[in-house]
Design a protein. Sequence first.
Length: 305
Amino acid sequence: MPLRIPDRLPAIELLKQENIFVMDDTRAHSQDIRPLRIVILNLMPLKITTETDLIRLLSNTPLQLEVSFMKLKSHTPKNTPIAHMMMFYKDFDILRKQKFDGMIITGAPVEQLDYEQVSYWEELRQIFDWARTNVTSTLFICWAAQAGLFYHYGVPKYPLEKKMFGVFRQYPVSTRLPIFRGFDDVFYMPHSRHSEVRREDIERIEGLDIIAESPENGVSIVMARGGREFFITGHLEYAPDTLGNEYRRDVGIRDDVGVPCNYFPNDDPTQPPVVKWRAHANLLYNNWINYYVYQATPYNIDDIK
């Protein structure tokens, strides 16, 4: 599929090894077609890993996508080379002058802080406001979902005694929603978080619809503004080894993290994990691009409002 991403982005070679087709800028310029413009605000510490995870999912659509990466002026990443950030990322102050068909805002390792304590909270608030009039549809992931629900709708978050960590069953409220076209009655989603939002708070707010949830992890997907905003509390984009890497990073260091649930066979960390979420992850992102971006965005991108 014709996915336009910057030349020399590390994800290109990584995904080619997985037999996933991507198109760099040089080749894409030869195609006479307006690509859908997708911007990713990547707040995760391991930028290259998250870039690859998201591009892997965005590649599963027949539409041409042009992907840009946004960074914050008020925060300097510690785990990604400065040269990588300078080459592939642009400040919000530059990108705010443009319009985008779709936007993805990732999670961030700050969920145990109050929102106002996050060093880049003020800039993030500006981005949330900007997205409402400059982007056709936005996906908020994990902490970004909690932050977006709090900022736009006043939904509080609650700390968990033990990390919500593992792969959990999810139940769509209605499989007739376009975002769930082709879904089974049950699907799986990885979760990795220390806080939660609660059904009773969301149900009190007009305009918010819980469209998927779980008896194990609670609310998993909330839709607002007719699909212009999706708040996903888990990580469908995770690669097969991500939860395992997080477990090995934290085991023996944190006392609130155990073996990820429903991930290793027989809960044995020496065994390779069983991937249960890949097909539905691809389907959800494909449905989002098709039904909530491509079919909802104006032909003239400047008409987004």
